[in-house]
Design a protein around this ligand. Structure first.
Ligand code: G
Ligand code: G
Ligand code: MN
Ligand code: NA
Length: 254
């Protein structure tokens, strides 16, 4: 209830910001994508993590305005990177099921791309498995429209949720993000290692790009690269950081 009250007016009060986490090519180490992550520094409550306020914003419907702000802000930032080492980066944005269900969503996305001079392949939308089980028919249509625009669709936290393997062919996905719960134990648990290996093999056979999340050690990165995982994300690569820091990181990997 307190969060709900504090969320009202928070966009106008400029209390939100985005940080960006690098996603590198597992083979070359080059920065190819970045995930935009929302941060809220509330005047009333101080910093509130997204796990706490996103569900509240979803319950109140505020997620639509907030999600629109994130989309605009992230696309504007990529537009600002035009003349830099990040000029061809793909931005990955987390999208709530409520946004996908909003009839104006596809138009909103295409307008954000045009307004900021982004090529559609520079935008990727991250969905969770939960999105795919809710209102399946409409979701399929919306995802097909987004793919037709040239926007990428990525399945976040893969393997933790309500995984049905049929989703992988039923929906227009192009990227799987392997949840960090599996990546975490890859060096020491044969079971996790086998599981990640199997996910990667399956992704390859379905023509999907694979991103490993939560990569925290050099050992994990090496194993994942050997298994054929295309991209790596996690504290071993970089933490979520502000644009200036990300630019320095990109320069170091150019
Ligand atoms: O960045 P952090 O680890 O604190 O994120 C926690 C959770 O919040 C993650 O599941 C992430 O996907 C989600 N999240 C972060 N930013 C956004 C956003 O802009 N929109 C939505 N819907 N979820 C987000
Ligand atoms: O659900 P989603 O994958 O969008 O969550 C992204 C969140 O994961 C971000 O909030 C980020 O802070 C967190 N994260 C990113 N890399 C790592 C990591 O290597 N280890 C841990 N524990 N968390 C991470
Ligand atoms: Mn994500
Ligand atoms: Na994730």
């Amino acid at each position: 209830l307190v969060i709900d009250g504090a969320l009202r007016g928070a966009i106008e009060a400029n209390e939100f910001s985005l940080v960006y986490q690098a996603i590198t090519n597992a083979h070359s180490g080059k920065l190819t994508k970045v995930e935009a992550l929302l941060r809220w520094n509330s005047a009333l409550l101080g910093p509130v993590p997204p796990d706490r306020f996103i569900p509240v914003a979803e319950d109140s419907g505020m997620i639509i305005a907030l999600g629109t702000w994130v989309l605009d802000q992230a696309c504007r930032q990529v537009g600002l990177w035009k003349q830099t080492a990040l000029h061809d980066v793909t931005i990955s944005i987390n999208v709530s099921s409520w946004q996908l269900a909003d009839p104006g969503f596809v138009t909103l996305v295409s307008q954000a791309l045009i307004r900021n001079g982004l090529s559609p392949h520079q935008l990727e939308l991250e969905l969770t498995e939960r999105v795919l089980i809710e209102d399946t028919l409409n979701v399929q249509t919306v995802l097909a429209q987004l793919r037709a625009l040239g926007v990428g669709i990525s399945l976040d936290d893969f393997g933790t949720g309500y995984s049905s393997l049929s989703y992988l062919t039923q929906f227009h996905l192009n990227t799987l993000k392997i949840d960090r719960a599996f990546v975490m134990d890859i060096e020491h648990s044969e079971r996790s290692n086998n599981l990640v290996h199997a996910i990667i093999a399956m992704g390859h056979s379905l023509g999907l790009q694979l991103v490993a999340e939560g990569v925290e050690t050099a050992g994990q990165a090496a194993i994942l690269e050997r298994m054929g995982c295309h991209y790596l994300q996690g504290y071993h690569i970089a933490r979520p950081i502000v644009p200036d820091e990300l630019l320095r990181f990109a320069d170091s990997r150019a």
